[in-house]
Design a protein around this ligand. Sequence first.
Ligand code: B3K
Ligand code: ZN
Length: 881
Amino acid sequence: PKEKKRLDYRPPEYWIKKVDLDFDVHKDTTTVRSVLTCYRNRGSPSGADLVLHGEDLTLKEVKLNGKVLSEGAEGYGHDEDKQLVIRGKLLPADPDELFKVETTVAICPEKNFQLSGLYKSGGMYCTQCEAEGFRRITYFLDRPDVMSLYTVRVEASKSEYPVLLSNGNQISSGDAADGRHYASFEDPHPKPCYLFALVVGNLKSIHSDFTTTSGRKVRLEIFSEPHNVAKLDWAMESLKKAMKWDEEKFGREYDLDVFNIVAVDDFNMGAMENKGLNVFNTALILASPDTSTDADYERIMGVIAHEYFHNWTGNRVTCRDWFQLTLKEGLTVFRDQEFSRDMASAAVKRIEDIIMLRSRQFPEDAGPMAHPIRPESYIAMDNFYTATVYEKGAEVIRMYQTLLSKHGFRKGMDLYFTRHDGQAVTCDDFRAAMADANTSDLKQFERWYLQAGTPVVTVESASYDPSLKQFTIVVSQSTPATPGQAEKHPLHIPIKTGLLSKATGKELQPSMVLELKGEKETFVFDNVPEEPIASILRDFSAPCRLKFERSPDDLAFLMAHDTDDFNRWEAGQTLATIVIKDTYNKLSAGESPPALPGVFVEAWRKVLTATDIDRSLQTYSLRLPDEKTLIGEIAAPIAPDHLHNARQHVRKGLVEACKKELREVYDKLTQEVAAEGGVFKVDEPSIARRRLRNALLISMAVLQDPETVKLAVEHFETGLCMSDRISALYALADIPVAEREAVIQKFYGDSKDDKLKMCKWFAVQAQSDLPDTVERVKELMKHPDFELKNPNKLRAVVGAFANNNFHFHRKDGAGYSLVCDVIKEVDKLNPQMASRFAVFLAGWKNVEPVRSAMMKAQLERLRDTENLSNDTMEIVIKGLS
Ligand code: B3K
Ligand code: ZN
């Protein structure tokens, strides 16, 4: 497979000004006729060939300016990559002269299991073109810097497919021969082809409207298969909130008369921001109390907003090439995070985002696939839709805001839009807009785009001089080597810092942002009246690991008093990490686990019984860091069983020590719910209460005693919504009792007709702690409701299992061979899905030697597999090198 490099970027030889597409949809064959109006790029030589990308297309005809071309030296040809070559000598010498290339191809959406290009999901046709799927629809310059105006005509059976949709405004529609009908569309905004979309189906919809600040009335319509139409209201509400927020916070208005969203069952990722026609995975749009958890509701609102926000950050201003992906993704994730912070609790959202960053992005940065947020090379672009590009990318955007202030950041955004509207640009252009709008120097900041790996910020010393009333901290930074990048340079790191009074816990000074630029720097705080406790990296102001030696007492103090919500939570996480690590070290040395430190238990109890804090924050403060996060805090190679057992030991210890209080708080919450008459509500306090009550149940279940089993069954039976019921299921999932199986059966009975509920049913079992989880997962894959071709179900079973750190790493290697077998099978159908699972095996170097060898052997099995896709091969090669 060929590797593409960022620094090899060249502008295209030709531009495509206009695209006219015609889709004739018939069972097993869709004919696509395309007319491309092209002209030569002035920078490229006269006589250059026009080379059009194409993949899995059956070419029927090629015309140039209306004349049929034959295959051969005098007409068209194919290069070694099967791309279509129109000989340069046939093309006009004058770069201003437009010419038309017309191709007719046949494609078969029914057999497109990759879910890239035009494919069939259930009863409907839909498209997914990002990153390089448009070439699977027609011959084209499939690269984001080629922006064109589109018209689309589509024709299909009227009775089978009453709904026809594409980007932009519908300009005509009507009946055609043989019971067919057609519609045509015009999108007035030039766009790269990855934003093209087409939907043909039997759909129902809900609609509403939104009037923009400048008075444009936009028709909003959300489509799904008829049986799902009752679950679209939350998405509509979310969309309107997002539209309003983008006007208020960023001055961005919507720019078309229609905004359509379609929900599809078979989708490789969450959703797609096609211009004026977003396509969503049903899992990220359908919402009802019976099928969706509170977390699902939040996620849906966030993703609806994310795709909507792309209209400006991605669509109006797009990426020059795919190496710049974080230009639109990091920025849009940042925007959706800010939106969600404004819609609910800012602190809770920040904590959730950092839990996610640490459990998914930090491991990526520490593994074989480590890459900068702007990668330097790729084989399969789809492998780079990563937590690094998205989530770390969002943190990098957030640092601009931290360094430049909210106001300065907004000025930078305004300049970015003014300068680049309608263009395909780079991360450097974004950085330049931020720097120019604020006349600030962001040269060193570029390193965040150049270097992979999670930087370590170390507080070398923190000391107070009472005579000078000065507090001094010395801070250093370093970034561990990553594959292909041994040497790292210092980054420009904003470190938000506050000083608290040891006596009262009150702020001695407002927070300030220290800018660490060198390898080691000294920061002096003047006029500090007493010896303070420092609160460092507040609000997680940079995506780093903070090393700062503090006593358990100081951490407990911060847990109780820090005025920064994030750092108050963080202090608890740090303390828990110390305790779990200590336990892990003992277990690894073959010793028995130590007793839990009293300060730790008491601090936990204090959080548990507090009545004056937000219950969501309380829930997150009671939760221990997860295994994926802990891995990063422990020296490799990891013994996954000791890690799991250490964490479980600590969980159990806390629950045993606070058993009485746990039950009291739980009962109090249960009474509150009952007092309200058992009505389901989605307001913040209700969500927070559910969150806490469900988490407490899961905590208590760690004891596996009959009393808690009984409680969990009751919790399930009386549950008001999916959040309650699924939590009861999680509480029971690790306990080998008959009640567990009964509740699983009951849940199945209630869920078998609903694909999304079934996914939850699968996932809870795949994540179980029971000793035969591997065998059970194999059974689940034979279950009649399992579908290998449906990414949601595949993720629910295999993805959930691969994330089940303990059983994936089962001592006998059964977890590895299971995942490897699935990869081999899935790779033939859907390489994008297969390669995501390969990443789990690629992490072998961080694991203890016996397991490591078995993982490596599975990777070698993949390497030796015939016809392995480029997607999976890329992960395997990087994993083995
Ligand atoms: N831009 C899409 C992701 C496309 C993934 C292609 N493999 C969704 C999003 O980030 O908004
Ligand atoms: Zn996105």
